[in-house]
Design a protein around this ligand. Structure first.
Ligand code: HEM
Length: 154
């Protein structure tokens, strides 16, 4: 099924409504992931061996922001081009980094759930099954691009 302008708008409009609070949302997003699967915090090298509290960790917020913003960008590309294209150097870096960190399909699933829940809670007045599906489809396509690159790393 085509990724329509309506789907793109559902993602872009909700992202525009919340991005000013992205730092706080990003923290909520990750706390949810770590609450469901506490061991997943051990995947992040910058969270190991550090005395900086989770909520003050700039790298964690940056990672959350990348996931939100790249998923939104994926929606725009899906509507325009019918597929997700990430800049060559960026996708190579993403593939290599996640392969090296041992990120699995289960981790991507977990993040998907946390992403959708975080957005639902942030925009309850906009939320609908259509909005959920538009975010989910964009995220899934982005993850497919990352996984493809991870496989090519080995
Ligand atoms: C690194 C984005 C999913 C764990 C990164 C980086 C980006 C990124 C941009 C590079 C940061 C840097 O080099 O400074 C994304 C996107 C995702 C995704 C767009 C999904 C659409 C995940 C998932 C996990 C994860 C599901 C695990 C639950 C990590 C780890 C690193 C990393 C452990 C390496 C951090 C480090 O070495 O400092 N990710 N990520 N990512 N990501 Fe993700």
């Amino acid at each position: 099924m085509a990724f329509t302008a309506e789907k793109e708008a559902l993602v872009v409009d909700s992202w525009n409504a919340i991005k000013a609070d992205a730092a706080e949302l990003g923290l909520k997003f990750f706390l949810r992931i770590f609450e469901i699967t506490p061991s997943s915090s051990g995947l992040f090298p910058f969270l190991r061996d550090t005395s900086v509290p989770l909520e003050k960790n700039p790298k964690l917020k940056r990672h959350a922001m990348s996931v939100f913003a790249m998923t939104c960008e994926a929606a725009v590309q899906l509507r325009k081009l019918g597929r997700v294209i990430v800049k060559e150097t960026t996708i190579k870096h993403l593939g290599a980094t996640h392969a090296k960190a041992g990120i699995t399909s289960e981790h991507f699933e977990l993040m998907r759930y946390a992403l959708l829940e975080t957005i639902r809670e942030a925009v309850p007045y906009m939320w609908s099954p259509k909005m959920r599906n538009a975010w989910a489809e964009s995220y899934d396509q982005l993850v497919e691009a990352i996984k493809k690159e991870m496989r090519s790393v080995g």
